[in-house]
Design a protein around this ligand. Structure first.
Ligand code: 0O2
Length: 287
């Protein structure tokens, strides 16, 4: 076809008319697919890392700190919405630079201590680069939202060479996840204009969820300690010792359950002692 007819003829918000031929549209589609493919590979890398940690925990410690993992690459619609909302230029280079949650993984853990433990384990890996951390657990949002968000970069090896792909990883407990998914539904149901009474109830529910997290974690710790006593393991376990699921004491620093906290400078949030109340350091930082 010598002169393809325009396929799309549209008027943009600033009234500039654009005409796109079928060939151009196909090219744009292919470019978008290639662009999003990199993020899919980034997700696969993170999923593999999480899967390895989960399997290793189960085999070595007879304990699974992960309840479930979900992941997604942002849909084109949602990406366009964010590009417009953030006022980012429409070209792929600008989007790559400015939108860092195109690939997202959500890791739901049993307990808050597991959230920090997994965060530390993942970000301590030497091919993972931590870009930013937002600790909404230590410092919840005003609506009650809690989660630990990390933007990390992982290498992906393509036929053309190595690229670094940013992935947003959200770590949260089951209770936090339950709350967030309900809040998300309500937010969309009311088209972001949620009545004040409902907002207050949501905040109240978030506090209840946080209290449940604390109680369950305390109970879990007590059960592990009780298991230890019943099992006749030495009563003189140090204060910082944890009891692994098999009933054996694990002193801090014992690398079986791994003193999972990396060195202070590489651990932006530190709360790895399941037996102690979690006191994650509040920090939102860009590196
Ligand atoms: P989706 O569908 O999960 O991808 P942003 O809002 O993205 O412009 P920022 O600073 O990049 O701003 O975001 P932040 O604070 O790191 O949080 C981004 C993601 O966290 C959201 O992604 C949600 O998944 C989740 N989140 C943050 N705040 C809330 C909240 O108050 N309630 C709930 N339910 N989830 C929240 P997206 O892109 O909005 O959606």
């Amino acid at each position: 076809m010598a002169n393809p007819a325009p396929l799309v003829h549209a008027t943009t918000s600033d009234d500039a008319e654009i005409t796109v031929s079928a060939a151009e549209l196909r090219e744009l589609r292919d470019e978008l697919q290639r662009f999003l493919m990199e993020y899919r590979f980034g997700l696969q890398e993170i999923e593999t890392k999480i899967g390895i940690l989960r399997d290793e925990f189960l085999l070595t410690h007879d304990y699974n700190p992960i309840e479930h993992v979900s992941s997604r690459v942002k849909s084109p619609d949602s990406l366009v919405e964010k590009v417009q909302r953030k006022g980012v230029d429409g070209d792929f280079a600008a989007i790559r630079k400015n939108i860092t949650d195109i690939a997202g993984v959500r890791i739901t853990c049993s307990f808050v201590a597991d959230v920090y433990r997994l965060f530390n384990l993942l970000t301590a890996q030497d091919d993972v680069r931590l870009i930013t951390v937002k600790d909404y657990i230590a410092e919840p949002k005003t609506n009650g939202y809690k989660s630990l968000h990390a933007i990390i970069e992982v290498p992906v090896f393509l036929s053309t060479g190595r690229i670094e792909v940013p992935v947003e990883v959200q770590f949260r407990t089951i209770a936090m996840d339950f709350w967030a998914s309900l809040e998300h539904k309500i937010y969309y149901k009311y088209d972001t204009r949620v009545p004040d009474g409902l907002l207050a109830s949501l905040k109240d529910a978030a506090d209840t969820a946080a209290e449940l997290d604390q109680r369950m974690e305390r109970l879990h710790t007590e059960i592990r300690r009780g298991g230890n006593r019943g099992g006749g393991v030495d009563a003189g376990v140090g204060e910082n010792a944890e009891i692994d699921e098999g009933g054996a004491p694990v002193e801090a620093g014992d690398d079986r359950i791994a003193d999972t906290a990396p060195s202070a400078e590489s651990a932006p949030v530190s709360s790895t002692d399941a037996a102690a109340p979690v006191t994650g350091t509040v920090r939102t930082r860009a590196i």
